[in-house]
Structures are given as structure tokens and as C-alpha cells.
Write a new protein. Structure first.
Length: 394
């Protein structure tokens, strides 16, 4: 078996300076303070409240918050394939994507890569390994801005999902694996007409063509869903990979996620599923674009509704990296999640804790010095500076 690659083996040693940052608005995990944050060796070594070091980098009235932790972004694949049947150099795609991620204030990112083709002709398996290789090469260069890990998105009904997932997990260090089922009439697409609208707009397919596609997907669901799910859960547990359910709609689906010992509930589509997941200790993750746009693009439950119900734990940028910080600030008025400190936790401490990365996600002594300077312009958050382990990366 190929040995897993650890971050320490893929990134060269970096020189990590000692420095200090002052701000009138420093966001701790539970409250906002003014003061100075001291950094050395890539870690936070001191937080002085109401004390301003004359030699520190002064952020003035701009906010100093922890680096954002992103668990689910599909944004690498569009950089690699920006148009249908167009494939960019994967190494170049990783660096372009990384720059956009860091520019959005994200210092830890789980690159979401798809295992399993929705259609036999998609053939994404070879590209999956190419992207994995490109990410590891980029890590070895020492020039990536963000800290990259893999989130393997597994389409459980696909014929090739087990081959893809096993091959990738044998070669690379997967930290999160989600189990998805996009069968018409199931989960996110339980309203089949909404799925038809989506494909009419995306591909221009006629209703007879959609009938044929949907029939094929239902056949794949019947043949593969249950056995593939069991095998993927076993793979995740055997390798110590955090597991996420995806698009849970009913309490029965949540019960299945609980029985499979999952840690994260990605994009529950109903209040009932989110409440059941949260009550069971699964971290409920919703899309930040849902917050920014004022609702789900597919007509499912609003992220703000879940926040106001006190059952929203994590935001993810999903398909728009800058939405992560915009979504957090968009929930700063929600008392049920703790106003601005609680909203910032949904994009920092909570996703870090949910995936066992407890060395980051908050401004506290001993944590990684992943820091972001944020200005507010007409109430809108603007990322001005980004530091990873005390080094400025954007």
C-alpha cells in the first residue's frame, strides 16, 4: 500500500518570523477585544488585551480575525476545466485557485474533488489523480499561500466511485469524505421538476433526453447506492477520515448518518434534518452563497433560517470563495449563533474542530498564527491582508 503523504512531508520548512499585530477590533472565539497579538515560530504566543505594542503592525480600526477554514469548495475543478472538454494544466490550475482562495481570507482549505462520474462518459477518474498529483507538487514547491487538504466528494451511485475513492485514498492524505446521492427524487432533488429546470438551463436538454438520463440515474441508485455507501463508510473509518452526510432531507436519513458515525451534515435541505443532525452532535454545514443570496438556489431551506433556529454550525463557500467571509458577516446580527463572534466561528473554529484540526481556527495562545485583516466598507467586509503561520501570503 502506498504510504499516506503528510503535510510535513510535502511542504519545505519555512522561516517563521516573530512579530506583533495590534487592532482596536480583535475577534476572539467568544468576544471582541482591543489589544496586541504576539506571534513567533508560526504560533500565537501572547494576546494582550487593551495593550498596544508600539512596534507592532497596526491594523487600526480594521478587524483582526482568525484565518478562515474552508471545508467544501468545488472551485479547483473549474480552474482545471474552465469550459466543457477544455482541460488546463493542473499544476497551473492549482496555483491560480490557491491565489483566489488566499485572497478571500482562507488559510486552510479542503479541496473538494469528485470521486465517481455521474455519467459513464464523464470519465473524471484520471483527472482526479492528476489533480491530486498537482496539489502535492504544488505543496512541495513551498509557494502555496493556503494550507491544502482533500475533501473527497463521493457520488455513491456512480459505477466507478469505489475505484476512484480507493485509488485516491491510497495515494493522498484525505481528511474529509462526503457521501452524495443526486438521484432524481432524492435528497436535494426530491422535487424532480427543479432538477429538470436546472438541466434545461445548464445543458439545454429536452424532456425526452432528461427522461432517459433520470431513468439511468434511478437504475444506478438501485444497483449501487446501498453497497457503495457501506464500502465508503468502511473506507473512511479504516483510514481515520472524517465523514459527512450530504443533502439529508428526512430524520431517517439523519439516523443513517448517526449510525455511520459521521461528523458533519452538509447542506441539509430541511429544518427537520438540520435540527436532528445538530441535536445528535453532527456539525451542520450550509453554503455561504445561500446567506449572501438570501436563500437556496435550488429552493431548499435557507441558511439564515437555520442560524436563527440555533442549528447552524459551519459555513462553506461552495462555489464562490469570497462568499465565505461575506456569509459570516451577513449573519453577524443573528443572536442565536452569538452575533459577530459566533458568525466568525462558523468559518474558523467550528470547521477546524469538526475535522480534528484543533491547532487553528481561533486567536488564542498556542494556536497557529493564521490571521486576516478585514476592513468594512459601507458594511461590506474587504480582505486587506492574510497571514499564514505569521507570514503574509496575500
Amino acid at each position: 500500500m502506498t504510504k499516506l503523504v503528510s503535510p510535513a512531508e510535502t511542504e519545505p520548512t519555512r522561516s517563521l518570523p516573530a512579530q506583533a499585530f495590534t487592532s482596536r477590533r480583535i475577534m476572539l472565539a467568544d468576544r471582541e477585544i482591543a489589544g496586541t497579538v504576539h506571534v513567533a515560530g508560526g504560533r500565537i504566543i501572547g494576546v494582550d488585551e487593551d495593550r498596544f505594542d508600539a512596534g507592532a503592525i497596526d491594523f487600526g480600526a480594521d478587524l483582526l480575525i482568525p484565518g478562515l477554514v474552508e471545508l467544501h469548495t468545488d472551485h479547483l475543478e473549474p480552474h482545471y476545466s474552465p469550459r466543457p472538454k477544455v482541460y488546463w494544466n493542473p499544476f497551473s490550475a492549482v496555483f491560480a485557485y490557491d491565489a483566489q482562495i488566499a485572497g478571500a481570507g482562507i488559510t486552510t482549505v479542503f479541496d473538494s474533488l469528485r470521486a465517481g462520474s455521474e455519467r459513464a462518459e464523464d470519465g473524471f477518474g484520471a483527472s482526479l489523480l492528476k489533480l491530486g498529483d498537482a496539489i502535492e507538487r504544488a505543496k512541495r514547491s513551498g509557494m502555496l499561500r493556503a494550507d491544502h487538504h482533500t475533501h473527497l466528494r463521493c457520488e455513491v451511485c456512480a459505477d466507478d466511485v469505489l475505484v476512484d475513492a480507493r485509488r485516491y485514498a491510497e495515494r493522498f492524505d484525505v481528511r474529509l469524505m462526503s457521501l452524495m446521492d443526486h438521484t432524481p427524487g432524492q435528497r436535494q432533488f426530491r422535487d424532480e421538476e427543479k432538477l429538470r429546470d436546472y438541466y434545461r438551463g445548464k445543458s439545454g436538454k429536452s424532456d425526452p433526453e432528461l427522461d432517459e438520463m433520470f431513468a439511468r440515474r434511478r437504475e444506478l441508485h438501485a444497483n449501487n447506492s446501498e453497497r457503495h455507501r457501506r464500502a465508503l463508510v468502511e473506507l473512511g473509518h479504516a483510514r481515520g477520515i472524517a465523514l459527512a452526510s450530504h443533502d439529508d432531507t428526512t430524520v431517517e436519513q439523519v439516523d443513517e448518518a448517526i449510525a455511520d458515525r459521521m461528523q458533519v451534515a452538509e447542506f441539509p435541505t430541511t429544518v427537520e434534518a438540520a435540527q436532528a443532525s445538530h441535536a445528535a452532535g453532527l456539525a451542520v454545514l450550509m453554503g455561504a452563497p445561500n446567506v449572501v443570496r438570501g436563500g437556496s438556489h435550488s429552493g431548499n431551506v435557507s441558511a439564515r433560517v437555520l442560524a436563527e433556529a440555533g442549528v447552524l454550525d459551519i459555513l462553506s463557500s461552495d462555489y464562490v470563495p469570497i462568499s465565505l467571509i461575506e456569509g459570516a458577516f451577513g449573519l453577524a446580527d443573528v443572536a442565536e449563533i452569538g452575533l459577530l463572534p459566533g458568525a466568525i466561528r462558523t468559518v474558523t473554529k467550528n470547521p477546524a474542530d469538526a475535522t480534528g484540526m484543533t491547532d487553528r481556527g481561533e486567536i488564542a495562545v498556542g494556536k497557529r498564527a493564521d490571521l486576516v485583516r478585514v476592513a468594512l466598507f459601507e458594511g461590506h467586509p474587504v480582505v486587506r491582508e492574510v497571514y499564514r503561520e505569521g507570514l503574509r501570503v496575500s
